[in-house]
Design a binder for this molecule. Structure first.
Ligand SMILES: Cc1ncc(C[n+]2csc(CCOP(=O)(O)OP(=O)(O)O)c2C)c(N)n1
Length: 1099
């Protein structure tokens, strides 16, 4: 309707100014012989808007006709010629179509039509006939799929609002009354165009006794756009330059326009052939007229669906492979789940054809994501994984050779580069590993595709493309499908189109479609992005056999009638083979030989698979990084170099961060102040949080590392602290990204505000980070609280990805976190959940940390120095550090940095360390502007590194033996604790130690601190509720560190069901209980150390 409305709007009378303008602008007309200039006497719009037939559907038709007439007045029927001439001659509204020449007899010349004569009664009828036939054509285009033969079982219960569509011959019968039904379709489905009158002679009321189906109608039959339309569109889209002819591919359209006389019977026959066979197409809702026309042409061209003998042979061969593969698995492992393709075997030739065609068009890399159904078959016959490698996955006795816990065979990924025989070009295919969580892999595939396109400079998606496969129930039911669709046209997320294939076996486990979705088709979600949808009878031309969810299920329990029907069906291959043998495409003998040949291939692979002694998960890697690892797939070193940078570099990046690097660019006054503040900080050699981040990104970019930061409102920063994109206050949409002015040979910086989807966007960025180890890819949650709508990506991909799929990933999650009285949903990034998934053993002090005492002491000394602004170069830093060896074994790294310098270091370490590991960063809110949360440039100079803990650097450190209490904490509460300690004059009695890297837990450094304070009480203080935050993770680890020799006291909020109170006053009271209260927390010792803290402790 959108398109109709705009068209109608365009046909409204022009204003005087518009008319004058249109008259003064000659139109360029293209036709087969070249271009000519047409000076319109008057625009059609001025007079025709009042014509009764010019609205809704007809206006579109009339517009096309008008352009055709402009191009060549003889290309339209005489009645239209007269109408347009009258309109252009200034006929008053409503009068233009009343003076045509008679239908029969000698056509009148121009002179005959110049005078406006009285209306002829049959002319109006003729116009109505034309419009009605146009409506008929449109009805088939819009609703032909309702009656196409799509269901191999003939049991489909697709519910189109109880409005059965019975256009055409197919469904003419007692049950349906075509004329009435057709009218009903329009009236019911589109009440706003109820004015359409449907004359009985237009071919719609086929049951009407007086209709002559064979009478010839003058029609613009295949309603293709005129050359003028095509020419203008091509010009606008920049596909041709002014004066240049249209490409040859458009000429056939013009030629076909000549074919404009057909009988009603012929019209309907051809429409049914095009739209009502085994493909039902939904495309008329697409807003882009050109795309619509392209699809119409593909469907309406007679004979377009015919295959050559060679194509049929190839199809048969592929069907044999697809079918016999499933049968082979069923024979050999009849009691194993394989999620077979039975009934949907034609998926394999379909995918292979897509890949062949894409490769021929220049695609070099195809990235695929798919669920369980048919996965092994796709691996074997599309990606061409060695069959023996697939078969040995069925051997339950084989042990895995690789690290990690691995995954079941129908989740593993694959990467393969091979020659495409059709195109004679190399093509790389990867199937992404995925979890059971259906559809979760969709955004991941898109992200990886985008990254590959980005790295190879493919700005139009012509070299790298993605294909996503889906089940019908999952496609309709999982919201991530919708979220992923909404990334499809966003500049920083588009992959320029994806092919989605829904394998519809009309069931979701045991649930029928009637119970699984409310939309008629499972694919209806795709309409939101104007994707054309093709419903294909997978049985074409054959029948189908289907199993239940997996081969172990008894489907008759839940779908008895459906499976009775299925049992009656012949196999797809069998029926297709019978057909092609009958057509003489192959002989029976050739067919049987082909089957035997493939069976032999399977048997031989099976024999080879028996020789395998061990399973290698790494053979199933979907995203190898060959140059990053050794040949054995190991990190090239176990050292992490220092992450500091030179003074000059800090100054240079700081200056860029404080400036507008382009001329004549006006920024907002408030932003000027922020930049001035940055300049001051650079002068004073200090960083706040935003500047620390700038330093990290800028220095990596200078070293050729691509940095990509994505998330909701990240460009400015939710807390208005980042401002990485400057907006010219005087020029609309003019922006400047200073980070891209770092140095001439720097890597590009991408910062992109994302759509409001955590699940989709985090999945996308995870996929982006898979493509290359040499990029820092960060996703920022608007508030950490919202990461849980992306929980599946975190739980299924990020934390266990390496353990399941031997695949490393260095994605960084920035999760704003902190109890600041902002209510239950803007406070906590739920650290407890991330920590609960960490796999460092709470009860075991890691050997690697014990054996590197030297390194430990070095790290500790540096920690002590951190706040004194003097950092001594660390000569030992090239040794394998305990933190490196611990980090390689963990699922992810979790940090909560309290200083900009440490944040800077941890971001740089993410790239400089010799492996990739997801990094979870709890980032601050109020600390962004906290005057004490600043770091000196000294803490970022060469030889400085990330500090896993920051020990107390004040009076308590000077005489540790005097310290009565050691408070361990993390994050922003440190600043509240130090302030209160000062207020209470306890600086020498209480040491406050920040644990900056929570996981892997810094056992070695915590041990050094507890050893230094043997007589002090140990307290863990946090601002989160007791059952949340870090306590449950930290407590057992500290106790392991000290050999359970001392209790670890808790200071903080009580347990709670919600993460934070919504009441500001309650928040403040809770805070004082945690931090300031002498009763509950740590300060009571000032009055005498016999009083233990009243908070709980646990031995
Ligand atoms: C997110 C999610 N929820 C539930 C399941 C459990 N489950 C596995 S397969 C399946 C049915 C899927 O139906 P469909 O998408 O039509 O694919 P089919 O198995 O029929 O090919 C369900 C509910 C799952 N794997 N993922």
């Amino acid at each position: 309707m959108h398109r109709l409305r705009t068209t109608v709007a365009r046909l409204r009378p022009l204003t005087a100014a518009q008319t004058a303008q249109s008259l003064s602008q000659p139109r360029l007309l293209a036709f087969e012989g070249g271009l000519r200039t047409f000076q319109p006497l008057r625009r059609l719009n001025t007079s025709v808007a009042a014509e009764p037939f010019l609205n809704g559907t007809s206006s579109n038709y009339v517009e096309e006709m008008y352009y055709a007439w402009l191009e060549n007045p003889r290309s339209v029927h005489k009645s239209w010629d007269i109408f347009f001439r009258n309109a252009n001659a200034g006929a008053p509204p409503g009068a233009a179509y009343q003076s045509p020449p008679p239908l029969s007899g000698t056509p009148q010349g121009l002179a005959g039509v110049q005078a406006l004569v009285a209306a002829q009664p049959n002319v109006e009828k003729l116009v109505e006939d034309h419009l009605a036939v146009q409506s008929l054509i449109r009805a088939y285009q819009v609703r032909g799929h309702h009656i196409a033969k799509l269901d191999p079982l003939d049991i489909s219960c697709v519910d189109f609002d109880d409005a059965p569509c019975t256009v055409g011959f197919q469904n003419v019968g007692e049950k349906h009354k075509p004329a009435a039904m057709f009218a009903k379709v329009f009236l019911l489905k589109e009440p706003d165009i109820h004015w359409i009158r449907i004359p009985i002679s237009c071919g719609l009321s086929l049951s009407h006794p007086h209709i002559n189906l064979d009478c010839s109608l003058g029609l613009v039959w295949w309603a293709v756009p005129s050359f003028q339309c095509l020419y203008n569109r091509s010009l606008r889209a920049g596909r041709i330059r002014p004066g240049q002819s249209l490409p040859a591919s458009h000429h056939h359209l013009h030629r076909r326009q000549r074919e404009r006389f057909a009988t009603q019977r012929e019209i309907i026959r051809r429409l049914e052939t095009a739209y009502c066979q085994h493909i039902g197409v939904e495309f008329m809702f697409i807003n882009d007229v050109e795309q619509c026309q392209w699809i119409r042409q593909k469907f309406e061209t007679p004979g377009i669906m015919q295959f050559s003998l060679e194509e049929k042979r190839t199809l048969l061969q592929r069907m044999i492979r697809s079918t016999r593969f499933e049968e082979f698995l069923q024979r050999k492992w009849s009691s194993e789940k394989r999620f077979g393709l039975e009934g949907c075997e034609s998926l394999i030739p379909a995918l292979k054809t897509i890949i062949d065609e894409s490769s021929q068009s220049g695609v070099e890399s195809v990235i695929m994501g798919m669920p369980h159904r048919g996965r092994l078959n796709v691996l074997a016959n599309v990606i061409r994984k060695e069959l023996d490698q697939i078969f040995c996955q069925f051997d339950s006795k084989l042990e895995a050779a690789d690290e990690g816990s691995g995954d079941v065979k129908y989740h593993l990924g694959m990467y393969h580069k091979r020659m495409n025989r059709v195109s004679d070009r190399y093509i790389t295919m990867s199937l992404m590993a995925n979890p059971s969580h259906l559809e979760a892999v969709d955004p991941v595939v898109q992200g990886k595709t985008k990254a590959e396109q980005f790295y190879c400079g493919d700005t139009e998606g012509k070299r790298v493309m993605s294909i996503l496969l889906h089940g019908d129930a999952a496609f309709a039911g999982q919201g991530i499908v919708y979220e992923t669709f909404h990334l499809s046209d966003l500049p920083s997320y588009t992959t320029h189109g994806t092919i989605h294939v829904v394998v519809n076996n009309q069931i979701g486990f045991t649930t029928d479609p009637r119970m699984a979705r409310s939309s008629p088709y499972p694919t209806d979600v795709a309409r939101v992005v104007n994707a054309p949808i093709f419903h294909v009878n997978a049985d074409d031309p054959e029948a189908v056999i289907r199993n239940g969810h997996n081969e172990m299920d008894e489907p008759m329990f839940t779908q008895p009638l459906m499976y009775k029907q299925i049992k009656k069906q012949k196999g797809v291959l069998q029926k297709f083979a019978e057909k092609v043998i009958a057509e003489g495409v192959v002989t029976t003998q050739e067919y049987e030989e082909e089957i035997a040949r493939y069976d032999k291939i399977c048997e031989e692979a099976y024999t080879r698979s028996k020789d395998e002694k061990i399973l290698h998960i790494k053979h199933w890697l979907d995203s190898p990084w060959p140059d990053f690892f050794t040949l054995e797939g190991q990190p090239k070193s176990m050292n992490c170099p220092p992450t500091g940078i030179s003074e000059e570099e800090l100054q240079h990046i700081g200056n860029i961060a404080a400036s507008v690097p382009v001329e004549d660019f006006t920024i907002h006054g408030g932003l000027s102040r922020i930049l001035k503040g940055r300049a001051n900080m650079v002068n004073q050699r200090v960083c706040d949080w935003a500047l620390g981040e700038y330093m990290a990104f800028g220095s990596l970019l200078k070293d050729g590392i691509h940095v990509r930061l994505s998330g909701q409102d990240v460009e400015r920063g939710t807390f208005s602290h980042r401002h990485h994109v400057l907006h010219d206050q005087n020029v609309d949409k003019r922006i400047c990204i200073p980070m891209n002015y770092m140095s001439p040979d720097q890597a590009p910086y991408t910062i992109c505000n994302s759509s409001l989807s955590e699940y989709g966007v985090l999945g996308f960025e995870l996929g982006f980070a898979m493509a290359s180890p040499n990029a820092l890819v960060l996703w920022e949650a608007q508030f950490g609280d919202f990461h849980n709508t992306a929980q599946c990506i975190i739980d299924q991909f990020i934390c266990p990805g390496q353990a399941k799929w031997v695949r490393q990933n260095g994605i960084v999650l920035l999760l704003p976190h902190g109890m600041e009285g902002m209510g239950p949903e803007h406070s906590s990034a739920r650290p407890e959940r991330f920590l609960q998934m960490c796999n460092d053993d709470p009860d075991v002090f890691p050997i690697s940390q014990l054996t590197f005492e030297n390194a430990t002491s070095v790290f500790t000394r540096r920690s002590l120095r951190s706040t004194t602004r003097k950092t001594v170069p660390n000569r030992n830093c090239r040794r394998t550090s305990p933190c490196v060896s611990c980090m390689t074994a963990t699922g992810w790294i979790v940090v909560n940095c309290s200083t900009p310098a440490n944040y800077f270091h941890v971001l740089r370490r993410q790239i400089l360390q010799p492996f990739r590991k997801p990094l979870i960063v709890f980032t601050p809110k109020s600390l962004l502007r906290h005057p004490e949360a600043r770091s000196s440039f000294d803490d970022m100079l060469p030889a400085t590194s990330f500090q896993r803990i920051i020990a107390d650097g004040g009076p308590a450190a000077a005489s540790p033996e005097k310290v009565k209490r050691v408070i361990f904490c993390t994050g922003k509460i440190y600043y509240e604790l130090t302030r209160e300690r000062k207020n209470r004059n306890l600086d020498d009695l209480v040491a406050i130690i920040r644990i900056e890297q929570l996981s892997p837990f810094p056992f070695d450094l915590v041990k050094a601190e507890t050893d230094r304070h043997p007589n002090a009480e140990l307290v863990w203080c946090q601002e989160e509720h007791k059952n949340q935050g870090y306590y449950d993770y930290i407590k057992p680890r500290i106790r392991t560190t000290i050999g359970r020799s001392r209790p670890v006291w808790y200071a903080g909020r009580d347990p709670a069901a919600a993460p934070a109170t919504g009441n500001k006053q309650t928040h403040l009271t809770e805070l004082s209980c945690s931090v300031y209260s002498t009763q509950r927390s740590t300060w009571k010792l000032s009055q005498g150390n016999s009083n233990k803290p009243a908070s709980t402790c646990d031995f």
